[in-house]
Design a protein around this ligand. Structure first.
Ligand code: NAD
Length: 504
């Protein structure tokens, strides 16, 4: 069944697919090309956030399983890194096809586990995974070294080689896509991988690994150890046979990764962490309608559980009242919480009931700090069993309030007024984060000035959250130090070797 055909499924069909998946879900670890139980028999439950039901009891890996997975990856490295580039490319191209052929299963697992609307999985997550693998595969035989200019009696060439075993530690907000943003460039460059997915959404990545073997990859190239972050994640990041840890998650845990590297073998650490992205709407914005829809889509899509969510809406004073009026008129009902398996639903629950509590606690904090609640801030009455939060808008926010400073990771928009471009820049940069930003203006010089001045890895002008595989995605400041998606990402899984040869 193609993704296009699946887009025509009814809620009833998706529930039938969910029942099939839940009859006998795969819960084991995937090591050396096989599903295996955790050595010490640890378990944890994964919960459906839409209704609070247990989806599956998963094998919980610990240090012993991490040892086994790293050993399998280490063993596979020699063969995989020496496989002809064309052969690796063929395997990755087949992998792209297999993701399409298994889209129903992948989509339903992702939606059940994370609460993501099924229509988003089909429109965004799965095509995003395929594009990433395709892009990285196409580059495999274009990774080149160089021959430098030297005196006549010397030949100096620089080789670009893979690193070895890569540890990937991923978050739950796009469980497959964030994992693939790491795994695809790592394996394309000739490394082998041990993935530790987030414990809130552990199901889909097991199938991703299995499909990679079906695509023709040797066992051990892609291993998955589910488990608790402080146990399995920590053991993996501390492992002395791991050459690099590539992490996406919170800034707090990102800092731990740097410590683990220092406490072990100085492994490379690449970090994609949190954000508090500003969208800046200047008074001369050309198209108020698209600006306002970018504002609410930028914070309400994927339930606001997006690292680059446009959570701070900086609005120039002359258009402030009109902006808010339009936001309420068109944005208040644009996202309707509902059953994630209904293709008409565009907003699911928060990933867990704890996440729901956390988001609601920020509503209380904002109220106490004097922000004005315009709508939302509560739980949809008909969906009490799930971890739902209604889309929420606060106005009259200033940048020192906690809702403007801390990553809420939920559908909570904060509108902050400003006076003129200099104040906009000052507010935009007054944050520990620097993942993304956008600027809305008709003035070309002002747009370029803002692009220069804003401390963020990605700046969009007159749009939000657009891009393709060529776009480096990653943060400044405490949003991290890595770049995903682009050629730079692929090369970050390689290292150079210099061969200086005396010829006489
Ligand atoms: P998290 O930091 O809680 O967890 C991320 C991963 O780290 C999980 O696999 C978790 O099990 C593991 N982990 C937790 N504690 C650990 C420890 N002590 N040692 C080793 N591993 C540990 O983050 P999350 O809640 O899963 O994801 C949300 C966060 O991810 C947000 O801050 C979001 O902004 C960020 N994020 C960033 C990007 C980006 O590209 N910059 C993309 C998506 C998400």
């Amino acid at each position: 069944m193609s993704i296009d055909e699946l887009s025509k499924y009814s809620a009833k069909k998706w529930h039938a697919a969910a029942n099939r998946e839940l009859a006998n879900p795969e819960t084991r670890l995937f090591i050396g090309g096989e599903f295996v139980d955790a050595i010490n028999k640890g378990r944890f439950d994964t919960i459906n956030p839409a209704n609070g039901n247990v989806l599956a009891s998963m094998s919980a890996g610990d240090a012993a399983d991490i040892d086994a997975a790293v050993a399998a990856a280490k063993k596979a490295f020699r063969g995989w890194s020496r496989t002809a580039p064309r052969e690796r490319m063929e395997i990755l191209y087949r992998y792209v096809e297999l993701l399409g052929e298994n889209a129903e299963q992948l989509a339903v697992l992702e939606s059940l586990d994370m609460g993501k609307p099924i229509s988003d999985v089909l429109a965004i997550d799965l095509p995003g995974c395929q594009d990433t693998i395709q892009f990285m595969a196409e580059y495999i035989d274009k990774i080149e070294g160089s021959v430098t200019s030297t005196e006549a009696d010397v030949l100096h060439y620089v080789l670009r080689e893979p690193l070895g075993v890569v540890a990937a530690i991923s978050p739950w907000n796009y469980p497959m896509l964030m994992a693939i943003w790491k795994i695809a460039p790592a394996i394309a460059a000739g490394n082998t991988v041990v993935l530790k997915p987030a414990e809130q959404a552990p199901l889909s990545c097991l199938l991703l690994a299995k499909l990679f073997i079906e695509a023709g990859a040797p066992p051990g190239v892609f291993n998955v150890v589910n488990g608790i972050g402080e146990v399995a994640g920590k053991a993996l990041a501390l492992h002395n046979d791991v050459a690099k840890v590539t992490f996406t998650g919170s800034t707090e845990v990102g800092k731990l990764m740097l410590q683990y590297a220092g406490q072990s073998n100085m492994k490379r650490v690449s970090l994609e962490c949190g954000g508090k992205s500003p969208q800046i709407f200047m008074a001369d914005v050309a198209d108020m309608e698209s600006a306002v829809s970018a504002a609410y889509n930028g914070i309400f899509s994927n339930m606001g559980e997006v690292c680059n969510a446009g959570s701070r809406l900086l609005v120039d004073r002359p258009i402030y009242d009109e902006f808010i009026e339009r936001f309420i008129a068109t944005g208040k009902n644009a996202y309707q919480p509902g059953d994630p398996l209904d293709p008409l639903t565009n907003m699911g629950p928060m990933v867990t009931h704890d996440a729901q509590k956390r988001v609601l606690s920020y509503v209380e904090i904002a109220n106490k700090e004097g922000a004005k609640l315009q709508f939302g801030g509560d739980v949809p009455t008909a969906l009490k069993a799930g971890a739902y939060v209604n889309p929420t808008l606060f106005t009259g926010v200033n940048n020192s309030m906690r809702i403007a400073r801390e990553e809420i990771f939920g559908p909570v928009a904060a509108v902050i007024p400003f006076d003129g471009v200099d104040e906009a820049i000052a507010i935009a940069n007054d944050t520990i984060y620097g993942l993304a930003a956008s600027v809305w203006t008709q003035n070309l010089s002002r747009a370029h000035k803002l692009v220069r001045e804003i401390e963020a890895g990605v700046v969009w002008v007159n749009c939000f959250d657009e891009g393709d595989m060529t776009q480096p995605f990653g943060g400044y400041k405490q949003s991290g130090n890595a770049r995903d998606k682009c050629v730079e990402s692929l090369l970050s899984y390689t290292q150079s070797k210099s061969a200086w040869i005396r010829l006489d």
